[in-house]
Design a protein around this ligand. Sequence first.
Ligand code: TTP
Ligand code: MG
Length: 425
Amino acid sequence: MTYKKIIFTIDIDAFFAQVEELKNPSLKNKPVVIGKKLNNKGIISTCNYKARKYGIHSGMPFYKATVLCPNLIFIEPTFSEYQEYSEKVFVICSQMSREIEPASIDEAYLDVTNKIINNRYIDYAKKIQDKILKEVGLTISIGISSNKELSKMASGMKKPFGVDTLFPEEISTKLWPLPIRRLYFVGNSTEKVMNDLNIVTIGDLANIPFDSKRYEEVKQVLGKRMSYLYNIANGNGSHELDTSHKDNKSVSYAKTYSVDMFNYDDVKSALSEIVEEVTWRAKYRRLAGKTITFTTKDAGPFNSNTKSLTFNKYSNDFEYIWSQVAKLLEKWWTDGKKVRFLSIALSNLVDENFIREQITIEDLSNINNDLNIERNEIIDDLNIKMGYEAFVIGEDYKNVKKFKDKRIISRRNVKFNTWSNKRKK
Ligand code: TTP
Ligand code: MG
């Protein structure tokens, strides 16, 4: 069979833990977990495969892991080193194909269509694995398919140091028997919802006849997520890589206005829209930044003013970054200014995982207690994956109608109309 595209998903095995083992090889045969302990209230970032044998996994509280394995070794993360290793791996990947989309600190999609001769994609995957092991010292796993979603699911099938394929014609044997939790983008809450609907395996979802009564019944509960998940379960997915990461130094957005703005409230509102764009671009690329640069230009002689501010934490959160930018604006503003151009750049970037790391049990239980947050996270995740505002919850939809404007200014969620739609249309 010849495919239009051959996409690899590269995923480093037990990434943070492997780096720690490289630094200290005596850890290799011991159960090791990485994370900030925070008086035992911290959550584990990851663990090596030895620790996984005890049932320990990412997201588990430290105290629980200690119960499962009393002689566990805890290691505090050193993010800058992980970032360096990540870059080393991605550099090798980009030597093997220039069509690369880093998806997170340890995961990238690679379009290798033009590199494969006579369907020898497994050989090519093994070549990449060997090169990374030899030159960096880390093992990776590779999933192969004709689209991103299937290749991503294939990358987890033979971990660690595995290569597996999941082409559309293989889904009935390799994908459908798996529990629904293994479907791309099904988290704990969606799994529960699906199980309540008697959907236990991926096949249970995939084999519902399209537009049947049963389809409508499931759609009633899953809403617009239905068609996305149904499509993936049936082997459909995206073939195009997003290579916009190539400028990875900053995430920015700028706008030149057709009329001068001389009213503080107008400038403030325009600036908040720009911050929204920037925070969503950062989220889309799974990046968080520590420095913002705020640039304005006046009408007339086009005097340019630039101000920078470095936060004491990495963030891609609209509310937080906006609160900082608003302070800068307040400092800079004086009556009589005429603004023609606004720009915000977020730099000093790291992978988004670095900010997730700070999570504690209290944070997790707050999320679980607040169903709205959980729901919004799911919607955000799905929209990020879709690349545009595919899903809007009821209240927001009402707002969109009320303001007769396809944008929602007041909330940090559901903001994709602003930039992604522009790109899609
Ligand atoms: P993953 O690729 O999900 O996990 P992993 O590389 O540790 O293990 P696997 O062999 O299953 O791929 O995530 C990559 C890194 O991101 C991981 O090493 C640590 C970090 N991370 C967190 O900090 N918190 C999390 O909840 C998860 C899932 C990962
Ligand atoms: Mg990994």
